[in-house]
Design a protein around this ligand. Structure first.
Ligand SMILES: NC(=O)c1ccc[n+]([C@@H]2O[C@H](COP(=O)([O-])OP(=O)(O)OC[C@H]3O[C@@H](n4cnc5c(N)ncnc54)[C@H](OP(=O)(O)O)[C@@H]3O)[C@@H](O)[C@H]2O)c1
Length: 214
């Protein structure tokens, strides 16, 4: 499959690119600066330079079959960038996918996005922005999966998760970025994950089984 990874230079994005390439997918790795090409290019990976706040045609003119959105404005920017990247930027990629008939779309969202007003006050602008992007995707008509990981950590991968449309137990609310990347790549070609919101934290079930049981 030809897969466009948005946010390919990010911590999850880089791992998604690598895992897709290892599975012999043809990867379009979207980075926002020319000098980032070398960070992502390898066998099966072509970098495309585009900015979510600018023209996305360099990415979508390559006619991807699927999009994985793993970009984010990050914790060190203000509400303006949260709106520009997490909300408008994400919605723009959804509109481009519709326009170019790219049917499959997976977004890395966040636990808490279903009820932003219940989240911690400092996180509310972020959760609202992500929630608006998620709602746009639900209404898009695309074959979407909204992946909502808990708090991201950089520990070693465990290979095991709890995954459900709505988790019953939030006593462990974190997940490693590597396990998120593995789970997203696992979902890419699994029709049972279409039209679903999937919450994801580290847990006890091997990732392929957890995704298969959704
Ligand atoms: N932190 C958490 O606990 C948490 C929890 C749940 C979900 N999430 C979500 O998980 C996702 C990925 O997280 P992560 O830790 O991998 O993030 P990350 O390392 O900060 O990566 C984000 C990527 O987005 C790119 N980006 C930012 N603005 C852009 C723009 N205008 N145009 C194109 N690309 C742009 C960045 O580009 P540069 O490399 O050029 O900076 C970076 O590569 C995000 O959607 C985040 O909201 C986070």
């Amino acid at each position: 499959m030809k897969v466009l990874v948005v946010g390919a230079n990010g911590q999850i994005g880089k791992q998604v690119v690598k895992k897709l390439a290892d599975k012999n997918h043809q990867v379009l790795a979207m980075v926002r600066k020319e000098e980032q090409r070398g960070n992502v290019e390898e066998k099966n990976v072509t970098a495309v330079v585009a900015d979510l706040e600018g023209d996305l045609s360099p990415a979508f003119n390559e006619k991807p079959d699927a999009v994985i959105f793993a970009a984010g404005s990050g914790a060190n920017t203000g509400v303006d960038k949260t709106q520009a990247v997490d909300n408008r930027g994400a919605r723009k990629t959804i509109d481009e996918a519709i326009k170019h008939n790219t049917r499959r779309y997976l977004i890395v969202s966040s636990i808490g996005t279903d009820d932003p007003n219940n989240g911690p006050e400092a996180l509310r602008p972020y959760l609202i922005a992500k929630s608006q992007a998620d709602q746009h995707l639900v209404q898009s008509g695309l074959d979407y999966t909204i992946v909502r990981p808990g708090m991201l950590v950089n520990d070693n991968a465990t290979g095991s998760v709890n995954a459900a449309e709505k988790l019953k137990d939030y006593s462990n609310n974190s997940i490693t970025r590597t396990d998120v990347a593995t789970a997203v790549v696992e979902m890419l070609d699994k029709p049972n994950t279409h039209q679903k919101v999937i919450e994801l934290v580290n847990g006890n079930t091997p990732i392929p089984d957890a995704i298969g049981n959704i």
